[in-house]
Structures are given as C-alpha cells and as structure tokens.
Write a protein that binds this ligand. Structure first.
Ligand code: NAD
Length: 451
C-alpha cells in the first residue's frame, strides 16, 4: 500500500460560488437542496452515487466515492454567486424552466434566500444579453478588487471555512491567447489599462485565485486557460481546471468514439447537429460566441481518432458540428449524430444517435462534483491545473504542451487512480496477474486432489 497524502479535513462550511446563476447553476443549487431534504437523489453525480473499486477484484471493496474520499458533504454547502440579472435563485429557476414548478415551489424558502451579487459584465463579450445588475469601476483592476471584496464578505457573512468558484455564466465571444495573457505582469498591467482582450471571466478567475479560492471553468471561454492565470495559481498555490462541462452530445461522442477506436473500426464522417432553446442557446446564436463553443467541441474526436497513428482508419474524417437556436425546445436539447464508419475490408456502415437530453440536468451534477473534488485538491495541496478532473470537460485544460485526454474511460481511470493515490490505496492497472496466479494455483491444487 502506498503512503496516504496529507489532506486537511473537510470541516466546517464550504461555500460554492457561481458566476452566472442561470439554468445550470439554479438546477445545481435546487438539486443539492432537494437531495438534502431527501426529496430527490443526486443522480449523475459520481461523488454522490458512484462507487470505486479498491484492492483486488476478489476483495469485494467497492465503497461509494463520498464514503471513501474526505469530501465535504451536502449539508456543509452554502451557495452564492453573481449574475447580470437581479433574480434570486427561486425566480431564476422558474425562468429557466428546467425543473417542474412543483419541485421549485417545495424549495422556495431556501432558493429565494440566495441572491446574486452584481456581475462584472462586458457586452462586447456577450452581445445577446442586456443585464443591468452589473458593477461599475474605472478600471478592470478595480472590478477585480470589487470581486475580491465580494468573495471575502461572502466567506465571513456565511461563516465558511473554504470557498470554491465554478464558472456557470454565459459563453463569451471567441478570444485567442495574446501578449496581455502571457504573464501575470502583463495581465495586471492590462487590468489597470482596461485592455479589451481581458474578458470578464478572466477577471473572476484572477479575483478568485488572489483570494486563494480554487476556480473551475464550465464554459468554453479561455478564462483560466491562459499563462497569466496559470502563473497566479502557482503563486497563490490554488487549484484550477476547465473547460466546458462535458454534457449532451459531446458526452455521447466520448463514450461512443473510444469504443469504435478500441475495435479498430474506421471513421469517415461524423455529422453532429443540435437544437436548443434556452438562454445559453440564445447567446450561442451570436457567431462570435458560437465560435468559442465550436472550437471546444471540435477537438474531441482528434484526441481519440489519431490520424497520424492510424491514417488508414482516421486519416480523412469529416467532422461537422451545428448548434441551432430553437426556442420551443427550451433546455431540452435534441441532438442528432450521423456517423459513417467502415469495417473489415472497408465495408461501410452507419450509426445514428438521436439524444433527447436535458442539458442542465446533465450539467448540474458536474458542478457539484467539480466543486467537491476541487476543494479536495486544494486541501490535498494539489496546485495549478487539475488534469485528473478532465472527466468533466469537453476541452480539458492540460499542462502546456501536453495533449488532452478525451476518452471518457481513460479520464475516469485517471480520476479514480488519483483518488486511490491521495488515499494511499494501490493503483489499479487491471492486470490482475497476481491474483490470477493465486487462483490458478488453487484450481490446480483442486485438480490434483481429485485425481
Ligand atoms: N447546460 C449544459 O449542458 C452546458 C454544458 C457545457 C457548458 N455549459 C455552459 O455553462 C454556461 C451556463 O449555461 P446555462 O445553460 O446555465 O446558461 P444560462 O444562460 O441559463 O445562464 C448563464 C447566466 O450567466 C449570466 N451571465 C452572463 N455573463 C455573466 C457575467 N459576466 N457574470 C455573471 N453572470 C453572467 C447570465 O445572465 C445567465 O443568467 C454556459 O456558458 C454554457 O455554455 C452548459
């Protein structure tokens, strides 16, 4: 058995703050409150519902992850956040229309008490929103300082021991890393000079890390995936991860694609189209915001089907993604995938997947797991990029120069082995030779006894 890493205990209250209190954030908060009241189960949350195998297959040790790793429990969580609209979480949950009104009414008192703080917002980054609940300040540095004051005030007012921030706000317009993002020094100068290449989400990430609060990015914006923020995370010894929650169609893709690859089947084309009608869909209707999403979704297959390693199978894949805003569907996104594959001797086949999913129902448990696991990272002294949380992201943030791992099964294995490592349990390779040898010896002994 390896040595257990020293982990600070999960005592006291954990504050989970979300910039953005729309469909995903309110579904997450309402779900945790409902689970706490034992009205519903936190289904889809690996930390709450998932189990982890420990030791040999023959040992039959499969605890729930929440009983194995020292995570904060649901009763210890306090919620807060920021939004460009003033609605409290009860009103925002009704507006989002993800959950049945009857369920939201049952939770009304708890949800009504959670009110967003004023947001740092820039319409240049999200032109399809018109919020008024926003901060003002002469410079972006001033706005960052206001966020830091919010974070500290929230912690004191709510008696929290620790905080975690998970970005659940709208997808921002596409931006590329440029010189202002290259170092902390350049970034801070940019904050003071109101550099327009610094997006609001970056200001939140900066404020969080300055306060030593770990930060996860649920949208495809760059946010914490820039050298300046990475540098700050190491300077303040804080954990970060991102980006873009892996839900819906991309979740399906990273489940199906590793299976095709595992059987060395070829892929000629993968056409993915979606219709969705929530506010997220409205924001993504702007081409500059869609571009951000397209890039994050687009790389998923490249990581699984490697054209360089297997050019005969994956050298010429046509991959196309479409997202269409269709209000009648609300949060109930519908996706279609047409996959043109080929098998033995090149014979073609087709797969059609029609996923009638509920976007925020898939995203909410990810917010919970990320918050709990990132808090664990922080207490275990893991700083900088938490690649072991790639499992939850469409475009996992990795150390510079390292290609991301998209295969969901490899991501799960990495997550589980990280938990085993932190807790001083043997890592599982699935080789199993040691106990096969024991079983074979036992079997041979039996044969001899009978002969
Ligand atoms: N639902 C999913 O399955 C899913 C999957 C992956 C990623 N995401 C991402 O998660 C994010 C949230 O999705 P959603 O469906 O809840 O969207 P939503 O539009 O319902 O909620 C986003 C909220 O963020 C607020 N907002 C925008 N800019 C802000 C700012 N600068 N500061 C504070 N608040 C701000 C908006 O007013 C809105 O209330 C989006 O970026 C989306 O792309 C969602």
């Amino acid at each position: 058995m390896s040595k257990q890493i020293k982990i600070q205990p999960a005592t006291g209250k954990l504050g989970i703050l979300t910039p953005g209190m729309g469909a995903v954030a309110t579904t997450f908060i309402a779900g945790v409150v409902a689970a706490r009241k034992e009205i519903a189960l936190p289904i889809g949350s690996l930390t709450q519902m998932g189990t982890i195998r420990l030791g040999k297959r023959t040992e039959d040790r499969n605890p729930r992850i929440k009983d194995f790793a020292p995570l904060a429990n649901l009763d210890q969580i306090v919620f807060g956040g920021w939004d460009v609209y003033e609605d409290n979480v009860y009103e925002a949950a009704l507006e989002a229309k993800v959950l049945d009104r009857s369920l939201v009414e049952l939770l009304k008192d708890d949800l009504q008490a959670i009110k967003p703080m004023k947001a740092v917002f820039d319409k240049n980054y999200v032109r399809n929103l018109d919020g008024t609940h926003v901060k003002t300040g002469a410079t972006k540095m001033e706005l960052a300082e206001q966020l830091m004051a919010d974070i500290r005030r929230f912690k004191t007012d709510n008696g929290c021991d620790r905080l975690v921030i998970v970005w659940c706000a709208s997808t921002e317009a596409y931006t590329e890393v440029s010189d202002v993002h290259q170092s902390l020094e350049a970034f801070e100068a940019g904050l003071r000079n109101n550099d327009n290449r610094i997006a609001p989400s970056m200001i939140y990430a900066y404020a969080a890390l300055q306060c030593g609060v770990p930060f996860a990015n649920g949208a495809p914006n760059l946010t914490c995936d820039i050298p300046a923020i990475l540098e700050l995370s190491h300077k303040t010894k804080t954990a970060i991860c991102g980006k873009d929650f892996k839900t819906g169609q991309t979740l399906m893709k990273t489940i199906v694609a590793p299976g095709l690859h595992a059987r060395a089947l070829g892929v000629r084309g993968w056409f993915s189209t979606n219709i969705l009608g929530n506010r997220d869909g409205a924001v993504l209707d702007a081409p500059e915001n869609f571009k951000t999403k397209e890039v994050s979704k687009g790389n998923v297959l490249d990581g699984i089907f490697d054209a360089n390693l297997q050019p005969e199978l994956y050298g010429d894949i046509y991959h196309k993604i479409r997202i269409n805003y269709y209000p009648p569907h609300g949060d109930n996104k519908e996706s279609w995938d047409n996959i043109d594959i080929f098998g033995w001797l090149g014979y073609p086949m087709q797969i059609k997947i029609n996923f009638l999913c509920r976007d925020s129902i898939l995203a909410a448990p990810i917010v919970l797991d990320l918050a709990l696991l990132l808090d664990l990272s922080q207490r275990a002294g893991l700083v900088g990029i938490q690649e072991w949380l790639s499992f939850y992201f469409k475009a996992p943030q990795t150390a510079p120069g390292l290609p991301p791992q998209h295969d969901i099964f490899k991501q799960l294995s990495k997550l589980e082995n990280t938990l085993r490592y932190l807790m001083g349990e043997e890592l599982i390779t699935h080789l199993g030779l040691d106990y096969y040898e024991d079983l074979v010896k036992e079997y041979e002994g039996l044969l001899q006894a009978h002969s």
